[in-house]
Design a protein around this ligand. Structure first.
Ligand SMILES: *[C@@H]1O[C@H](CO)[C@@H](O)[C@H](O)[C@H]1NC(C)=O
Ligand SMILES: *[C@@H]1O[C@H](CO)[C@@H](O)[C@H](O)[C@H]1NC(C)=O
Length: 376
């Protein structure tokens, strides 16, 4: 081999090594690209998934794109508004002042149906308000059982209801009343819980009793409670997706078992007000109203109502009314609460369903019992 050939082959060898290196480099770089692509697609997928589970923003009342404000409202310290509706006698000459909280899908328009004569005769002022996120009340993304109680206290003070007032809660609105009993008992003149919704996971229930009631629900409704409890961040998606049935109450497929409930439901539907009412109640969006309700009511509570004893001297009346044919709230669990808490007057109404406060004569009986301490 000549010196020249040697140089050539050495150069070729160098080229070869360089080529080998660059092969390796290009393989490494395509692996890098693949890895980057994978990361980008996973991120893209996660972003889409994140977007899918995010609720759309609420249409705030009174904002440029939101529904108008038509009801009187008070402004809370944190800037939120609560819209309300008054009934009964004017508050200046009222002897009894009652704040009422509405149920799931309800609104301030769900006032207590006691007769006007009785309200007048007893001197009852009753005020209902849209719970946060409903109707014309601003949403409260940190809403809880506790915040529901302090909202009521601030609301009462802004309306000048005095040091003590009565509270009354229907169905899911009962969580706010349990909250009042826990956090502001010193402000209460009395409390009435009307077919109040229970949380199956309150630790005070014997496991066999709450499990039996839990599994009696339709499977879709069991899931509608599991998701807000274990994965509240998934609630919006779960309630909006179409692959699995979600809450039968939200989907409107829930069927009452009780005769009165069926008749009242048909009457409401026939009046044509039902869809219109629902639209007004949920006009800011279903997330901060309905879904937030499920998270608050069926999520983790800071306390167990069965451990409360707010009035050791038994000087403040607290009542529960519950129909024994209520297909939404298991009577077995309500009865257990009634038996366990001696400071609560528990009234079980035979052959009555969930909508007991809409039945003839029952609201009048409830008022007389709560305010006058009459036998009931
Ligand atoms: C649940 O268990 C208790 C005893 O722990 C028993 O007395 C009660 O009858 C049971 N209830 C049901 C509904 O099975
Ligand atoms: C309440 O009733 C008023 C008057 O009928 C109506 O304009 C409003 O839309 C209702 N609001 C809700 C939340 O149902």
């Amino acid at each position: 081999m000549t010196a020249g050939n040697r140089r050539v082959s050495a150069a070729a060898a160098r080229t070869h090594t360089r080529k080998g290196k660059s092969d390796k480099r290009s393989a490494a770089s395509s692996r890098g690209i693949l890895r980057k692509l994978a990361i980008v697609s996973i991120a893209g997928f996660l972003a889409c998934a994140y977007k899918a589970i995010q609720p759309p923003p609420s249409a705030i009342c009174g904002s440029p794109d939101g529904p108008p404000v038509t009801a009187p409202r008070i402004r809370l310290q944190d800037g939120r508004h609560l819209a309300y509706k008054e009934s009964g006698v004017p508050r200046e000459r009222a002897k009894y002042k009652i704040i009422m909280t509405h149920g799931f899908t309800g609104s301030r328009n769900d006032t207590f149906q006691a007769s006007e004569e009785l309200m007048e005769e007893l001197g009852v002022y009753l005020v209902t308000f849209d719970r946060p996120g409903y109707g014309e009340s601003d949403p409260h993304p940190k809403r809880s059982v506790r915040s529901a109680a302090f909202d009521i206290e601030e609301f009462a003070d802004q309306l000048d209801l005095g040091p003590k007032f009565y509270v009354m809660g229907f169905s899911l609105g009962g969580h706010a009343i349990w909250g009042c009993l826990k956090y502001i008992p010193n402000r209460l003149a009395g409390a009435a819980l009307l077919a109040p919704v229970i949380n199956y996971r309150w630790p005070g229930f014997p496991a066999n009793l709450s499990e039996e009631a839990y599994y009696e629900q339709a499977r879709q409704d069991q899931w509608a409670l599991r998701v807000p409890y274990y994965a509240p961040w998934l609630t919006y998606w779960w309630m909006s997706q179409k692959w699995f049935p979600s809450s039968s109450v939200i989907q409107g497929t829930w069927k009452p078992l009780n005769r009165h409930d069926r008749e009242l439901g048909l009457k409401l539907a026939a009046s044509g007000r039902s869809p219109e009412r629902l639209k007004a109640a949920l006009q800011q969006g279903v997330f901060e109203s309905l879904h937030r309700d499920l998270m608050v009511m069926f999520g983790k509570w800071d306390f167990d109502p069965m451990e409360l004893n707010p009035f050791p001297n038994n000087d403040v009346p607290v009542h529960i009314w519950q129909g024994d044919e209520d297909a939404l709230v298991p009577v077995t669990l309500q009865r257990y609460i009634g038996e366990k808490l001696s400071w609560i007057h528990y009234h079980e109404l035979p052959e009555v369903g969930h909508l007991l406060n809409l039945m003839e004569a029952i609201p009048d009986r409830i008022l007389k019992c709560l305010l006058l301490g009459e036998e009931c």
